[in-house]
Design a protein around this ligand. Sequence first.
Ligand SMILES: Nc1ncnc2c1ncn2[C@@H]1O[C@H](COP(=O)(O)OP(=O)(O)OP(=O)(O)O)[C@@H](O)[C@H]1O
Ligand SMILES: [Mg+2]
Length: 291
Amino acid sequence: MSEAGEKNVRAAGEARRVGPALGQSSPRKGRASAELAADQLAAPALEARGLTLSWDQEHVVVEDINVEVASGEVCCLVGRSGCGKTTILHALAGLTTPMAGRVLLHGEDVTGRPGRVSYMLQKDLLLPSRRIIDNVCLPLVLAGAKKAEAREKAAPLFERFGLAGCELKWPSELSGGMRQRAAFLRTYLMGADVTLLDEPFSALDALTRVDVRRWFVDVVAELGLSALVITHDVDEAVSMASRIYVLAGAPSAGEPSHVAGVVEVDRVESENFELTDEYLAAKRQVMALLG
Ligand SMILES: Nc1ncnc2c1ncn2[C@@H]1O[C@H](COP(=O)(O)OP(=O)(O)OP(=O)(O)O)[C@@H](O)[C@H]1O
Ligand SMILES: [Mg+2]
C-alpha cells in the first residue's frame, strides 16, 4: 500500500467523528436537537464499543467490534459473505444481546433494546398482498396508528421517495429500484434518525443500483439521517460512504471476524467520482484489508 493510501487507513477501534457539523442533523423520535443534552450532541449518532457476538454463546462470530457513525454521516461495513455483517446489524438494532460490549445511540446505552434505530433487514421484501401505501405504513400501524392516520402521514413522503402515483399499486407493479425506495420509506417511517441497512441494493441491476445509491445518499442528507449500510460490494461502499469499516475473518472456520481497518474516503466533488484517483485509492485500500 502506498504512503498516501496508508494515511487514510486507521487501525480498528481508532474511528473518529467526521461528516457534517453536529446539530445539523434532525434527530427524530421526539428528540429535536434543541432537546438533546450537550453530551448527547457531542456523542456519535451510533457507536458500537467492543462488541463480541455469538449466536449460541459458544462460537464467537465477531470480536471486539468498534464502529462509529457521526450525525449526518453515511458509513459502510464491508466484508465477505459469512463474516458476520448481519450478526452485527442485529446487535446494533438491539435485536440480540452481545456477549460483550455496548451499543450507544447519541451517547445513551441501548444495548439489547430494540425500537431505537430504524433498520432494513437483508431481503426485507415488501408484502405482495398489500398495496405500496399499506406496505410503507406497516411500522406506523404496528406502533398502534389507525390505518387512515398512517396513510395520511406517509402520503406526503411519496414524492420525495420517487413514488408519487404509486400509492395504490401492488409491489409486483413496481420496478426493482422503486421497490427498494418503498422499502426504505417503510424503514424511514420506523421513525428513528439512525438507520441501518443490510445489503439494500444487492438485488438491483448494475445501472439501477448506481442511481438508487446516489438517490439514497442525497435523501439521507436531506432528511437529516445517519446511516450504516452493510454490503459486500466494495464499489458500493466507496461510492456512498465517508468511512468504511472493513471486516475480516472466517467465523465458520473458528476465526472470529474483527475490524481489519477503517478507510476514510476522500470525497472529491466530481460528476464521476467513480473515475477519480481518490475513488481508486480508497477501493485499493478496502481490497487490501479484505485480503
Ligand atoms: N440465526 C443464526 N443462528 C446461528 N448462526 C447464525 C445465524 N445467523 C448467522 N449465523 C452464523 O454466523 C456467521 C455470520 O453470519 P452472518 O449472516 O452475520 O454473515 P454475513 O456477513 O451477513 O453474510 P452474508 O454476506 O452472506 O449475508 C455465519 O457463520 C452464520 O452461519
Ligand atoms: Mg448478511
